[in-house]
Design a protein around this ligand. Structure first.
Ligand code: SF4
Length: 332
């Protein structure tokens, strides 16, 4: 999968470096001073992620935790995201990462203890609130977690901080690290789900819908908390029947009221990402719907259309047994 694995000199003895060596024996290993000397130092075309992908093992300097934008999570609670990786092994045609970094190469940060210290400080400053920490803003939270090996450290932290909440967001079915751990009421694994055509046609290399549903079922059966993101919803002429079918498929794997929360959001882009998507995927079915530049400069469906789509899907969810208060609209 990786052509070259670059490891910062200080991390050569780190256990993740050894794991990488074992899991990717064919990749060339190079020791470097800092990932910033190479990653993004020159522009690497995004689609080289298909056949010329590199991996960096690094220490993240600077801000490790950032406040999440409005309407990111459940209302009335504080939301932050933390940065433990850059970029993703999957290739979703709508991914905003294609316009974000100057390189598609993966960077795994290993200084989780620094992230946990920042979390502790954030919790101290938000004494009487529920505080959420979301992983996966710049990567998939679980896709490589069996190799990067950080889940256990976060588990221990959240076990001893029951008021803090952790969300691990994924399009993988990689639950093996989680299933080794006891369930926690404040650790939620959220799966982005979409109708089968979307998963197959525009979420390249991600786990299939059935694999994701099966992973959710295993977690639920073992007592773990799960959530769902119907985000992004990509318009299709038969979108309502596709979402009806998706909800029926979910119900075949687990009772729908077992979901902790479900977010609904339509596909949206910054101008830069929209331009990158047009360049990378000119024939993508994403462009079938009417897309306009809206109030915040983002490109998305016109408001009446997207609200009607979201409300229609919400209505099917409620009819299928999901409580209304568990549903929220993302970034609206
Ligand atoms: S799983 Fe998420 S981060 Fe990875 S390519 Fe898809 S949208 Fe991007």
């Amino acid at each position: 999968m990786f052509e070259t694995i670059y490891i910062e000199k200080e991390l050569l003895g780190h256990k993740t470096a050894q794991n990488l060596h074992q899991v990717f024996p064919k990749a060339e290993l190079k020791s470097i001073d800092s990932y910033t000397d190479i990653f993004g130092a020159y522009r690497k075309p995004y689609l080289q992620k298909r056949n010329r992908l590199n991996l960096f093992l690094a220490t993240k300097k600077g801000k490790l935790i950032k406040e999440a934008p409005d309407a990111y999570g459940l209302k009335g609670e504080a939301h932050y995201y933390f940065i433990h990786a850059f970029n993703c092994i999957y290739e979703c045609e709508y991914c905003y990462l294609q316009g974000y970094f100057d390189s598609p190469d993966i960077v795994l940060f290993v200084n989780h203890e620094d992230i946990l210290k920042e979390m502790e400080k954030t919790l101290d400053s938000c004494a009487n609130k529920n505080v959420w920490f979301h992983a996966g803003e710049f990567s998939d939270s679980l896709a490589m977690s069996h190799i990067s090996g950080e889940i256990e450290a976060y588990h221990d932290f959240f076990k001893s901080h029951p008021k803090a909440k952790l969300e691990l967001r994924t399009k993988s079915a990689n639950t093996r690290s989680l299933l080794k751990l006891e369930p926690l009421h404040n650790r939620i694994t959220s799966f982005s789900l979409a109708p089968e055509w979307q998963t197959k046609d525009i979420e390249h290399k991600t786990a299939s819908l059935k694999q994701r549903l099966s992973a959710m079922k295993k977690l639920i059966q073992a007592g773990h908390k799960v959530a769902v993101h119907f985000d992004p919803v990509v318009l299709h002429k038969d979108y309502l029947s596709h979402y009806k079918l998706l909800i029926e498929q979910m119900s075949e794997y687990f009772p729908i009221d077992q979901i902790e929360y479900l977010s609904l959001g339509v596909v949206r882009y910054t101008k830069e990402v929209f331009k990158a998507t047009q360049e990378h995927y000119p024939e993508s079915p994403i462009f079938a719907g009417e897309l306009i530049t809206s109030f915040d400069g983002k490109v998305r469906y016109p408001k009446p259309l997207r609200m009607s789509v979201l409300r229609n899907i919400e209505s099917i969810l409620i009819k299928s047994g999901l409580q209304k208060e568990k549903i929220y609209l993302c970034m609206e």
